[in-house]
Design a protein around this ligand. Structure first.
Ligand code: ADP
Ligand code: MG
Length: 775
């Protein structure tokens, strides 16, 4: 979770408000309208929201006054000079992307129907993509129709008549149709006498319905028909089928889209030819026409490829602009092959191929003059620390200092021990700085850091809070970045060191690229050899006593056990405490000879650290915990992980929890207790039982749950992709990302004339997915 302070929020709000004011208060600075921005950001500032309520309805003068008042409330010191409010823009005469759909000839109720689908402008309509397609190109001749089949056919009307059935008094319209080969059938409409008027003898129609064959006599009960001389949007082509709602017919949607394409045949293409050509992307007008009414399969493919590319391109642009830190000049390190060799030789084991690759990628970044921003992602136990150590070593050999920041003291200590082990023999001076140290100890470390007597300092937030002054900070390594707030990160990075972020969360690469946007990613997708997989078993809740009988055996062998229980709701700290307490009490009754303690979310960081430290020293045997077990803490003596109500966890989370055991050389186990044994649940949990590959599991997780649930869609800025599929589009995402970077490097604010359409489209998309204030 990214942590945003009130001050940061105020800052984020001030910028668009100032711009709105400078723009003459026309409510066009913020995509989606100023009020929507406030809904999203102004939670902590109710006065501001109240001030700007109904903004769009206010006269311009009043808008300006309110904006100034709001800015004052947000602590804005120097509002810019305000130009005279301009007249509201006249409605455009010609149709543009933002023209409301009701200017198109849609027939009565058209606007309302489209509004029900969230379609308000011509742009919305053009980008209202079909859900699927039906191939209605080659229509069968009448002779080949079989009884009971549903078909679409075309034929010329030879004659027509209205008849009344003798018994039930139904009105039938009957028309004899002739196909191109001279075969005939009788088309029948039940109780639609008005069809008589629509049918013209000699005209060609296209009709869809069900076939009935009685000997040589063929009838078609018509469900839908249209004149082929008209637009014939529903037949004779690859026909689009749109996502829709009750009361909004496919024919209406096809017609509406067609009208939009007619009214705006050349929508501005956000991608200039120069960007499209090398990527073999078709132009936007073509892509939009073909995605709705494809000429053939190949054209459809090309259209989809272009539109999917756009989705990712705009997403990447947004992420990069949002993080606002693209391509800064950083430090140039000299990376010597001899140093890397010395590093490898000092290790007690050979590096894995993945580690070698990651080290190459990281050192290449360090050697370049761009500031490194790289995410090192690897499953628990994949050996990230060694990779970080290589980078720290290179920095030290260049005479630069490094900082490694961990989210908790216990993790900081663990890193300190490991890094000392790797780096001391190479002459690198490593120090620890944590809150628990005495004032005198801290003072001494700080002095040594300031005077350059320390090469690597490992710590917690203390690294920031204690106002550490580095002599020359060149590299910052951040473990488990999501635990840190944005501000904290910035504070550490103010000297613009190269940055390496380590994360054990096995986010699929495509998703990582999207979520982290500005970070390059190195992946450790290979485990060090000899690691035994954790043996995993799925149990229904009624057999959970078996899990605890097994736990007792493990404890009797002198091993330790984790028991994890989920909480119902993250916010319910009380409930969490109760759940953990109840479970611990139950287990104490069940296992009287086992020493049991609790760890839960209501404890302070120091209390948690203390419990983990005692567990590590084997002062008790079984730890009952809510999900707050410190990720990354090594308890080599723990051999069993029991997870209650496993169905309430995400697969990736279960895999991480399981990674807490099996860190020693003993056989390790994980038991998943399923509180709900529905098919769907068991299918999900079986993934964990059957695989120990974190990336595979994460992909599955994404597939089975959808990306939205991984981090909370809205906040993380995950897009609503209409065409893209995060689980499959890795290459496409990378290509889009590379282009986004190229564009922003050339034109960081998209002010160049050739990027005008791109910028506008970016703003419109931001509005469509509910994201505000992009540039
Ligand atoms: P992570 O931080 O990715 O969870 P660590 O860096 O803590 O993993 O490494 C886990 C364990 O594996 C450590 O004990 C480390 O010494 C060991 N290890 C790391 N790389 C290798 C390797 N290439 N071969 C054997 N053991 C390794
Ligand atoms: Mg680690």
């Amino acid at each position: 979770m990214v942590f945003v302070t009130r001050a940061e929020l105020a800052d984020r709000l001030r910028r668009p408000l100032r711009r709105e004011l400078a723009d003459g208060c026309q409510d066009r600075v913020v995509a989606g309208g100023l009020e929507r921005l406030l809904e999203n950001l102004a939670g902590p500032f109710p006065e501001v929201r109240r001030l700007l309520e109904g903004y769009r309805e206010l006269p311009l003068e009043e808008r300006a006054k309110r904006l100034e008042a709001a800015l004052a409330l947000l602590g804005d010191s120097a509002p810019p000079a305000r130009p005279a409010p301009a007249k509201p823009q006249p409605t455009p005469e010609t149709v543009g992307l933002e023209t409301p759909v009701e200017t198109l000839p849609l027939g009565p109720g058209g606007k309302k129907k489209l509004a029900a689908l969230g379609v308000r402008t011509v742009r919305d309509l053009l980008h209202y993509y079909p859900r699927r397609y039906e191939d209605r190109r080659a229509l069968p001749g009448f002779r080949l129709l079989s009884d009971g089949e549903k078909v679409t056919v075309t034929g010329r009307v030879l004659r027509k008549e209205l008849v009344r059935t003798p018994k039930k008094g139904m009105q039938l319209v009957q028309a004899v149709l002739e196909d191109r080969w001279g075969w005939k059938l009788t088309a029948v409409w039940f109780n639609q006498p008005w069809v008589m008027k629509q049918l013209k003898e000699g005209a060609r129609i296209i009709a869809t319905g069900r076939v009935q064959r009685r000997g040589r006599y063929t009838t078609l009960a018509v469900e839908y028909f249209e004149d082929e001389e008209g637009e014939s949007l529903s037949t004779g082509r690859i026909t689009p089928v749109y996502p829709s709602k009750e009361g909004v017919s496919q024919a209406f949607l096809r017609r509406s889209v067609w009208r939009a394409l007619e009214a705006l045949p050349q929508p501005p293409d956000p991608l200039p030819e120069a960007y499209r050509a090398p990527r073999d992307l078709v132009d936007l007008p073509y892509a939009l026409r073909q995605v709705h009414f494809p000429d053939d399969e190949a054209a459809l493919e090309r259209a989809l490829a272009r539109l999917r590319f756009d989705e990712y391109l705009f997403l990447e642009l947004r992420v990069m602009l949002q993080s606002g830190e693209s391509a800064l000049v950083g430090r140039v390190f000299e990376v010597r092959e001899a140093d890397l060799r010395a590093f490898r030789e000092s290790l007690p084991f050979p590096l894995t191929g993945a580690q070698e690759r990651a080290i190459r990628e990281i050192t290449a970044d360090m050697a370049s003059d761009r500031q490194m921003a790289r995410l090192l992602q690897g499953d628990v136990g994949s050996g990230k620390t060694v990779v970080a150590a290589a980078a720290l070593f290179v920095a030290a050999r260049n005479g630069a200092q490094s900082a490694l920041m961990a989210p908790t003291e216990i993790l900081a200590k663990q890193h300190f021990q490991n890094l000392s082990r790797y780096l001391w023999p190479l002459g690198v001076r490593v120090e620890l700085l944590v809150g628990a140290m005495s004032a005198a100890e801290k003072r001494e470390v700080l002095r040594r850091v300031r005077e350059g007597e320390v090469d690597v300092v490992v710590g917690t937030h203390a690294l920031i809070q204690e106002d550490v002054e580095f002599k020359d900070l060149g590299l910052a390594v951040i473990d488990e970045e999501h635990r840190f707030g944005v501000l904290q990160r910035r504070a550490l990075l103010k000297g613009r060191p190269d940055v390496l972020v380590m994360s054990a969360t096995p986010i699929p690469r495509s998703l990582a690229l999207t979520l982290y946007g500005d970070l390059e990613v190195s992946v450790l997708d290979e485990m060090p050899p000899g690691r035994k997989p954790v043996r995993t078993k799925l149990l229904p809740a009624k057999l959970r006593h078996q899990a605890y009988a097994f736990a007792r055996q493990e404890v009797q062998k002198g091993h330790q056990v984790f028991v994890v229980t989920p909480t119902i709701e993250e916010s319910e700290a009380m409930a969490e405490l109760q759940a953990a307490t109840r479970l611990a009490d139950e287990l104490r009754a069940l296992l009287p000879d086992v020493r049991i303690e609790i760890l839960h979310g209501r404890m302070s960081a120091a209390e948690k650290d203390a419990v983990m430290e005692r567990f590590r020293r084997q002062e008790f045997d079984l730890l009952v915990s809510t999900t707050v077990i410190e990720v990354g803490v090594d308890i080599p003596n723990a051999t069993l992980m029991v997870i209650e109500n496993a169905e309430r966890f995400g697969l990736a989370q279960l895999h991480q929890l399981r990674g807490r055991v099996g860190r020693g050389d003993r056989e390790a186990y994980c038991i998943l207790i399923a509180g709900d044994t529905s098919k769907r649940t068991m299918k999900r949990l079986k993934v964990i039982e059957e695989s120990t590959d974190g990336f595979y599991i994460a992909e599955k997780d994404l597939e089975l749950r959808g990306p939205g649930e991984l981090r909370g869609t809205r906040q993380s800025g995950l897009p609503d992709l209409k065409l893209g599929d995060l689980t499959k589009d890795t290459e496409l995402i990378e290509a889009a990302r590379a282009l986004a970077k190229e564009i922003l490097e050339r034109d960081p604010y998209l002010n160049a004339p050739e990027h005008a359409a791109l910028k506008r489209e970016l703003q419109l998309r931001a509005e469509a997915i509910g994201f505000r204030e992009v540039i």
